[in-house]
Design a protein around this ligand. Structure first.
Ligand code: GDP
Ligand code: MG
Length: 671
């Protein structure tokens, strides 16, 4: 397998980079009946003694054996003293002074350099969770690090057995079968069926199980062990030629060490030599296609095929990942080189995004809700406009209020005409009611401008997320600019109403007509006595209450005004007429003012708040933030971003390397 090692090592690098789960080297799982020689076959593949072997049930828990290829000790020392490059540190193992060593998952920190100790630990660990020949599906995980192994995983399993011995349960056969099936049903496992030559292959339970999960025989290899133990006068030629049972991937005969060899501590190397001699002597025609060495070569070839099959997918994967990581890297932006330029650029971009959102020319147009300028428009015309429209011009004014105002304005003299003073007094009271919704309009727009800050930092200015400190400062500057403009705008809106209150212009072109009509009606009524009814019927039919019998006299009305007046009190004709004239005038004048306020408040808000902020935003931001001593602090990247960028950059680097390795392997065409 040595020729494979460098290639696999480089590929392993690729696997590590793109995620090991994407393409794995197959697990090699040995399956066979008890004492068929499974552990022995595995050992000859690894080239070291370390597995417990022997007669009876020896392997009683799955052993997941992960082989890890490491550089030779010399090289590791050199790398370490040269301080090597960081990325390879996982291959350095600086603390370990052995060429080969092993570790167990169940005692991670213990390093085994003596392989006899490893065997002892496997035996002890087996006994720890099983008693008296019992079996357990709980695997023992062993890692062997060596310069002489391929980085792949081998699984040694308990042998198939029929009759329970010791404390073994009645269903031992099914238990073992299930355990085996759970490993070999993994499509990424290569099934190494081990069958001894001195028993009938047709009864091989291992092959039967393998067929269940791999009916086409795409990943099943048959190893015929114990060729040396056949009865005199028999040989395995027919079996090895596949005439008894054909096996697609091949049938390989081997001779492993006998119990006697084990007892006399024959080395793996010697056993290999003797195996060759044996094969040459008894199976000369097949010698080149049998033996442990040939088995290892076959496995290499199968691994190569596997890799070759995986390469296109791996290549695609690397390409896709490279593109993904490249775009992720781009999204993090370049590391800051020129701080002033970066700050100016971000601030300008924010200001532009902010203005664009107001103008409606932003790139990130929201579809789920109104925002920015559209929402301001909505506030002006829907929220504010409707509120104003819904104000009743005479709301909060009942006839008695009007009457009281008229009387108060006349003073001690009985008046012939409705006094103008009372009109002014009352209409001002109504106009004042426009102030509150107008100020509310300012507040709403202010809130929306505040919201746009959030919108811009979330959608438009990706760069901002890199610099949390700068982000906060920008929000602060804009917020305080908005806050500074709020009292000024409020003052102006307040003044708009105050201006209206300052002078009641009864000569307003839209008002004079109405005033004249009212005045003439008034004088006519004053002369004609009951003209009020006629006027009312003509002009305000909807408000016609009709003549009411039993009008009170003016004297009586005064008396009533002095006391608490019942709402249901009937007014005199004169009172009713005066009231109606005043109400009509109030309504007319109020509508004129309302129209004007409805028009001027949005203009004021635009001028003093929205446009002002738009125009001064950038210079305000620059003025407050573009200060040499601040730059350093503002442009501290969020740690997350900085770290992510480094990680992504490293991944990209590794992916590029991986891509190179893949194309090299394709070029060398090792198969
Ligand atoms: P397992 O139970 O399938 O793991 O089998 P082991 O590898 O533990 O081997 C069982 C016994 O058979 C051990 O004593 C081995 O030494 C012996 N053995 C295995 N393979 C061979 C072989 O090819 N020839 C001989 N003579 N003995 C073998
Ligand atoms: Mg075994």
């Amino acid at each position: 397998m040595e020729t494979l090692i460098p290639i696999i090592n480089r590929l392993q690098e690729v696997f590590l980079t793109v995620g090991a789960e994407i393409i794995q080297l197959p697990q090699i799982v040995v399956v066979g009946s008890q004492s068929s020689g499974k552990s022995s076959v595995l050992e000859s593949l690894v080239g070291r003694d370390f597995l417990p072997r022997g007669s009876g049930i020896v392997t009683r828990r799955p052993l997941v054996l992960q082989l890890v290829n490491v550089p030779p000790l010399e090289e590791r020392r050199r790398q370490h003293s040269g301080n090597g490059d960081k990325h390879n540190s996982q291959n350095n193992y600086p603390g370990i002074k052995a060429e080969e060593w092993g570790t167990f998952l169940h005692c991670k920190n213990q390093i085994f350099t003596d392989f006899c100790e490893i065997r002892k630990e496997i035996e002890e660990e087996t006994d720890r969770s099983t008693n008296n020949k019992g079996i357990s599906p709980e695997p023992i995980n062993l890692k062997i690090y060596s310069p002489n192994v391929l980085s792949l995983t081998l699984v040694d399993l308990p042998g198939i057995t029929k009759v329970p011995v010791g404390d073994q349960p009645e269903d031992i056969e099914t238990q073992v079968q299930e355990m085996i099936l759970s490993y070999i049903s993994n499509p990424n496992s290569l099934i190494l069926c081990v069958s001894p030559a001195n028993s009938d292959l047709a009864t091989s339970d291992a092959l039967k199980l393998a067929r269940e999960v791999d009916p086409d025989g795409r990943r099943t290899l048959l190893v015929v062990s114990k060729l040396d133990l056949m009865d005199a006068g028999t040989d395995a030629l027919e079996v090895l030629l596949g005439r008894i049972i054909p096996v697609r991937l091949g049938i390989i005969g081997v001779v492993n060490r006998s119990q006697h060899d084990l007892n006399t501590q024959k080395s793996v190397a010697d056993s290999c030599k003797d195996e060759q001699v044996f094969l040459q002597r008894y199976y000369p025609s097949l010698a080149s296609r049998c033996g442990s060495r040939y088995l290892a070569r076959t496995l290499s070839r199968l691994l190569m095929h596997h890799i070759r099959d995986c390469l296109p997918e791996l290549k695609t994967r690397v390409t896709v990942l490279t593109a993904q990581y490249q775009s992720r890297l781009n999204s993090y932006g370049q590391p800051v080189e020129d701080q002033s330029a970066t700050l100016l650029q971000i601030v300008t971009k924010f200001a532009t995004d902010y203005c664009n959102t107001i103008e409606g020319t932003a790139r990130h147009i929201q579809t789920s809700e109104l925002c920015g300028g559209a929402r301001i428009c909505y506030i002006f015309h829907e929220t504010f406009g409707r509120t104003l429209q819904s104000i009743d011009p005479l709301g909060g004014l009942n006839e008695l209020d009007v009457l009281t105002a008229i009387r108060n304005a006349t003073g001690p003299r009985p008046a012939l005409f409705v006094p103008e003073v009372s009109f002014e007094l009352l209409v001002k009271k109504q106009i004042k009611r426009l102030e509150e919704p107008s100020l509310r309009c300012v507040e709403l727009v202010h809130e929306e401008l505040q919201r746009i800050i959030q919108h811009c930092s979330a959608y438009s200015t990706q760069e901002l997320l890199r610099f949390p400190k700068l982000h906060d400062s920008i929000v602060e500057v804009v917020t305080s600019l908005l806050r500074k403009r709020l009292p000024i705008t409020n003052e102006m809106v307040h003044n708009l109403v105050a201006i209206e209150l300052a002078y009641i212009n009864t000569k307003h072109p839209d008002f004079t007509d109405a005033a004249q009509v009212s005045a003439s009606v008034n004088s006519q009524q004053a002369e004609a006595g009951d003209a009020g009814k006629r006027w009312k019927n003509e002009k305000m039919p909807s408000e016609d209450k009709g003549p009411v019998p039993g009008f009170g006299s003016p004297t009586k009305a005064i008396n009533l005004l002095d006391t608490a007046v019942p709402v249901s009190r009937k007014l005199s004709t004169r009172e009713q007429r005066d009231c109606e004239v005043i109400q009509r005038l109030i309504k007319c004048y109020f509508l004129i003012v309302r129209k004007s306020i409805q028009d001027s408040v949005p203009k004021t808000v635009m001028h003093f708040l929205v446009n002002f902020v738009k125009e001064h935003l950038q210079s305000e931001l620059v003025g407050q933030l573009y200060k040499q001593p601040l730059l350093q602090e503002l442009l501290i990247e969020s740690q997350e971003t900085a770290q992510q960028r480094t990680e992504v950059a490293q991944m990209l680097e590794a992916l590029k390397k991986a891509s190179n390795i893949i194309s090299e392997i394709r070029e060398t065409q090792l198969w």
